[in-house]
Write a protein that binds this ligand. Structure first.
Ligand code: C2E
Ligand code: MG
Ligand code: MG
Ligand code: MG
Length: 294
C-alpha cells in the first residue's frame, strides 16, 4: 500500500494508526480510573415469558458514565477493555453488581423463579480462575448458581476452543446456566452447539426484526432455529422484540421467551424495581392486539 501511494500515503496511514493507538491508550487509562471511581453501572432489561407474560429474568447490560464524555456505549469500550485485559476486573465488577441486584429482585418477587443473565467476554473465557471467581461471587451474594445465566457471543468462543470448553464445563458443573448469544450471526454456530454445553439459545435480533413483514423465508429460518433448539433440549430467548407482529409470529412458531424494547428497554436498578412492582406481568397478546398502543 505504501509503495503505490508513496511515502506521504504511508505517513498519513501511520499518523492515523498513531492517533487510534493514542485514543485506545487514553480510553484504557480512563477505564482504569472509571473502575476506581465507580463510573460503571448496570442497566437491566426484563426477559419475558411469552406464555405467561411474566418477567422470568433480566439481562445485565454494562453502562459507563464518563465524567467528560458522558455515556459511552459498551460496543465502544468493551473491545478496548478486552484488548487491555481490563475486562477481567470489569467483568468481576459486573458480576458482583448483577448478583446484588438479583438478590433485591428475588426479595421483591418472592417465590417466583427469576434469573439474571450476565454477558461474558472471550478474554474471560481464557482464564481458568473464571469459575472460581463466579463461585465466590455467588457465595458472597448467597445465591444458588441456577440463578445465574452466562451469555457468550458465539464468535467469541472459538479463539481457544479446548480452553473455552473446559471453562464452560466448570461453570456448568457449578450449576450456572449457559446461553449462546446473538445466535445465527457469528460463523460456525452449529459446531458451537455441539461443542459447548449451552442450555439456552438467544436468537439474534436481526432475525426477529425480519419477522416484521410476513415473509415465509424469514419465518422458516426462525422456525428451523426453534426446531433445532427443541431437539437439542435447549431453551430459546428471542432478542430485540419491538412489535406485536413479531410476538405474534414468534408465539405461533413456538418461541416461549423474549426480550426487547416492546416489553421494556434496559433500565437502571431503581427503574427496574419500579417496573417489576408495577408490571410483574406484561400485557397479554390479545390485549396488545386489541390495543396496539399498549
Ligand atoms: P447483547 O448481549 O446482545 O445485548 C443486547 C443488546 O440489544 C443491548 O445493547 C440492548 O440494549 C439492545 N436491545 C435490547 N432490546 C432491543 C430492541 O428491542 N431493539 C434493539 N434495536 N436493541 C435492543 P447494549 O446494552 O448496547 O449492549 C451491546 C452489547 O455489548 C451486548 O449485546 C453485549 O454483547 C455487550 N455487553 C453489554 N454489557 C456487557 C458486559 O457486562 N460484559 C460484556 N462482556 N459484554 C457486554
Ligand atoms: Mg447478551
Ligand atoms: Mg444478544
Ligand atoms: Mg450482541
Amino acid at each position: 500500500w505504501a509503495k503505490t501511494h508513496g511515502c506521504d500515503g504511508y505517513k498519513v496511514f501511520h499518523a492515523a494508526m498513531h492517533k487510534q493507538t493514542m485514543a485506545q491508550l487514553e480510553m484504557e487509562a480512563d477505564i482504569r480510573k472509571g473502575l476506581d471511581r465507580n463510573e460503571f453501572s448496570l442497566h437491566y432489561q426484563p426477559i419475558v415469558s411469552l406464555e405467561t407474560n411474566r418477567v422470568v429474568g433480566m439481562e445485565a447490560l454494562l453502562r459507563w458514565n464518563h465524567p467528560l464524555r458522558g455515556a459511552i456505549p459498551p460496543m465502544q469500550f468493551i473491545p478496548v477493555a478486552e484488548e487491555s485485559g481490563l475486562i477481567v476486573p470489569l467483568g468481576e465488577r459486573v458480576l458482583t453488581l448483577a448478583l446484588a441486584q438479583a438478590v433485591r429482585v428475588r426479595a421483591l418477587l418472592g417465590e417466583q423463579p427469576f434469573y439474571v443473565s450476565v454477558n461474558l467476554s472471550p478474554r474471560q473465557l481464557v482464564h481458568k480462575e473464571l469459575s472460581t471467581m463466579v463461585q465466590r461471587a455467588l457465595e458472597r451474594a448467597r445465591l444458588p448458581a441456577g440463578v445465574l445465566k452466562l451469555e457468550v457471543t458465539e464468535s467469541l468462543v472459538m479463539e481457544n476452543p479446548a480452553q473455552a470448553r473446559a471453562i464452560l464445563k466448570d461453570l456448568q458443573d457449578l450449576g450456572c446456566r449457559l446461553a449462546i448469544d446473538d445466535f445465527g450471526t457469528g460463523y460456525s454456530s452449529l459446531s458451537h452447539l455441539c461443542q459447548y454445553p449451552f442450555d439456552t439459545l438467544k436468537i439474534d435480533r436481526s432475525f426477529v426484526s425480519l419477522l416484521e413483514d410476513s415473509n415465509l423465508r424469514h419465518e422458516g429460518i426462525v422456525q428451523a432455529i426453534l426446531h433445532m433448539a427443541q431437539s437439542l433440549d435447549m431453551h430459546v430467548v428471542a432478542e430485540g422484540i419491538e412489535t406485536p407482529a413479531q410476538i405474534q409470529t414468534l408465539t405461533r412458531l413456538g418461541c416461549r421467551t423474549g426480550q426487547g424494547y416492546f416489553f421494556a428497554s434496559p433500565m437502571d436498578a431503581p427503574s427496574l424495581e419500579a417496573f417489576l412492582t408495577r408490571t410483574p406481568c406484561v400485557p397479554a397478546l390479545p390485549a396488545i392486539l386489541a390495543h396496539p398502543s399498549l
